[in-house]
Design a protein around this ligand. Structure first.
Ligand code: MG
Length: 129
C-alpha cells in the first residue's frame, strides 16, 4: 500500500513539466473526465433504470481519473511547498474542529424520488450485511 509521501516521490519522478499552471489545468481536466462518467451515469439512469448502481467499468473509470487527479494534486502541492500529507492532516483537523463545534451534522435525506437516485444512497456492498 502506498503512503502519500511514497506516492509523491513517484509523481516527482514522472513529472516533466513542473509548472503551477500545468498542474492547475491538469486538475481541472482530470476532474472533468471523472465528472463526465457521473454525468453519463445520471443521464442513462434517468432514462433507463433508476435502480442501477455504477457498473464495474464506470467505477474503474472513476478510480482511474481519481488517480490522475491525485497525481496533479500531489505535484501542485509540492510546487507550493506542501504535500498530500499536509492537505489530509489539515482537512482532518478542520473536520474535527467542526464536529467539536457541532456544525458537522448528518445530511438530512429526502424520500422524494427525484432526489433518491442510487448515487445518493449507500453503495450496495455496504448494505449486504
Ligand atoms: Mg484521465
Amino acid at each position: 500500500m502506498w503512503t502519500f509521501d511514497g506516492y509523491s516521490e513517484c509523481t516527482a519522478r514522472t513529472d516533466k513539466v513542473k509548472y503551477l499552471w500545468y498542474y492547475a489545468l491538469g486538475l481541472t481536466g482530470e476532474s472533468g473526465e471523472l465528472v463526465e462518467v457521473l454525468k453519463k451515469y445520471y443521464r442513462d439512469v434517468k432514462v433507463n433504470d433508476l435502480d442501477r448502481w455504477l457498473s464495474e467499468a464506470e467505477t474503474a473509470k472513476i478510480v482511474d481519473e481519481a488517480g490522475d487527479i491525485l497525481w496533479y494534486l500531489s505535484r501542485l502541492l509540492e510546487k507550493v511547498g506542501s504535500s498530500l500529507d499536509d492537505a489530509a492532516d489539515g482537512n482532518i483537523k478542520k473536520l474535527r474542529k467542526r464536529a467539536t463545534a457541532g456544525t458537522l451534522t448528518e445530511v438530512q435525506r429526502t424520500n422524494d424520488k427525484a432526489y433518491s437516485l442510487p448515487l445518493d444512497t449507500e453503495h450496495p456492498s455496504k448494505n449486504s450485511s
